[in-house]
Design a protein around this ligand. Structure first.
Ligand code: AFD
Ligand code: MN
Ligand code: MN
Length: 429
């Protein structure tokens, strides 16, 4: 689209890398030719990956201890979309944004859509925020939203989700993701059984309003902000609810929403077999729902997850998947984090496509454990950056997105226009 970034600037910046890129690319082609891999097909896979950016990830995040606003950060959804445009112009695979309501409320949704379209950005699934109270809100979500013991509060949360669907319809979204913070901080606080049945009852009401071609994604999380129990705590509970709701309800796997050491790739496999895996929120973590940058700590896990997805696509067990980044950029420029994360995601994906699935099946049959492990490791250890960078170059995107981005001095320029209000709010966004 190249409205956010001048195409010529990308072209000029690319010149510096072209010579070396071609050498690296030739080496890559030579290497994979021995593996009987179709490079054209790989390039097509790279170009067609669709990675949604979270609107809240464009602003500087924070923790409950504080937030340190970054230079020139976007002040509203319109400016966030401009920043999405920058990311997408540089990497070419991030052409949609996932809005969060009421954070991203505007007066004119048609105007918002037109604004996004002018930057080449589409709207991915919409998200509902029933984990905070808003000014002028009748009832508080302090003790829960969709699962609150009070019927009127549950109804208010249901209506919030229906409003999200209506906003999404104007924006051209095709889905709603629901993550609730509901749960308990003390034993005895909540009746587990009632809370879950309230959830299903509330979600059924929302489900009725889903347009035909929409899906509803259920996002689970084991703890936080409730620290004793969470209503939709794990993939099993999420699956039960999705099954209860119907065909359009699918489970969403946020990589940070698992207890330490959980085998996430196995959960992915299970949900695929159960025909209920709808999408991902990518991020990385060390201790909990850290919302760190995807692949920054455990790129091998990301690769193993993609290996399950690729295998399922091969076997026609799945035909589409929704990919989104869900990170909190507390100490970096969110644009740089998103550029780097998109690179980690595409790398893990492409590496997983290098796995010879037939060979793997045979090695598994023969119980060749080391052989199977070597097969995976060989794919994981294959350098794919030349292929990815070359594809980006051919699509007029940046060979080295972060380098080019830094040359633009984008945030410095924006800081002259985006005058921030001085409040240093703690909180997730
Ligand atoms: C939460 C969940 C969910 C939610 C987001 C809000 O990951 O995706 O919408 O953070 O910032 O932990
Ligand atoms: Mn998430
Ligand atoms: Mn999270």
């Amino acid at each position: 689209m190249f409205k956010a970034v001048d195409k010529n600037k990308i072209f000029d910046s690319n010149k510096k890398f072209l010579n070396n890129l071609n050498k690296d690319y030739d080496y890559f082609c030579e290497k994979v030719s021995r593996l009987n891999i179709d490079i054209k097909a790989l390039k097509k896979k790279i170009s067609s990956l669709n990675l949604a950016l979270p609107s809240w990830g464009l602003g500087t995040g924070g923790t409950r201890f504080g937030r340190f606003p970054g230079l020139g950060e976007p002040r509203n959804i319109f400016e966030k979309i401009e920043d999405c445009g920058v990311v997408n112009d540089l990497v070419g695979i991030a052409s949609s944004v996932s809005p969060h309501f009421p954070w991203d409320n505007v007066e004119d949704y048609k105007a918002l859509k037109d604004h996004a379209t002018s930057y080449g950005i589409k709207f991915d699934v919409v998200n509902s925020n029933s984990f905070q109270d808003q000014i002028n809100q009748k009832y508080s979500y302090k003790f829960g939203s969709l699962t609150n013991p009070d019927k009127s509060i549950r109804q208010q949360a249901v209506e919030l989700n229906i409003e999200c669907i209506n906003k999404g319809k104007t924006l051209g979204s095709k889905g709603l993701t629901v993550w609730i913070a509901d749960g308990g901080n003390f034993p005895g606080q909540q009746n587990f059984s009632k809370a879950l049945s309230y959830y299903i009852e509330s979600m059924q009401k929302i489900y009725k309003f889903l347009p035909k071609d929409w899906k509803i994604l259920l996002e689970h999380k084991p703890y936080e902000p409730s620290f004793y129990s969470t209503v939709i705590n794990d993939w099993g509970t999420s699956y039960i609810c999705a099954k209860e709701l119907g065909e359009k309800a699918m489970c969403l796997v946020d990589l940070g929403h698992h207890l330490p050491n959980t085998n996430i790739e196995m959960i992915v496999s299970r949900l695929i077999d159960l025909k209920k895996l709808g999408g991902f929120h990518f991020n990385d973590s060390k201790f909990g729902d850290d919302d760190l940058d995807t692949g920054s700590i455990n790129p091998y896990e990301l690769f193993l997850i993609f290996n399950e997805i690729v295998c399922a696509f091969d076997q026609k067990k799945i035909s589409n998947m929704s990919y989104m980044i869900d990170q909190s950029h507390n100490v970096t420029d969110p644009i740089e984090s998103l550029l780097q994360s998109s690179n980690e995601i595409i790398s893990a994906y492409i590496k997983s496509l290098l796995v010879d699935q037939k060979k793997l099946t045979n090695l598994q049959k023969e119980n060749d454990i080391i052989g199977a492990n070597i097969l995976l490791k060989q794919a994981f250890n294959t350098g794919v950056s030349a292929l990815i960078n070359k594809t980006r170059y051919e699509n007029n995107n940046a060979i080295e997105p972060i380098y080019t981005y830094r040359e633009l001095n984008y945030k410095k320029e924006k800081s002259k226009i985006r005058i921030q209000n001085k409040k240093n709010n703690p909180g997730i966004v």
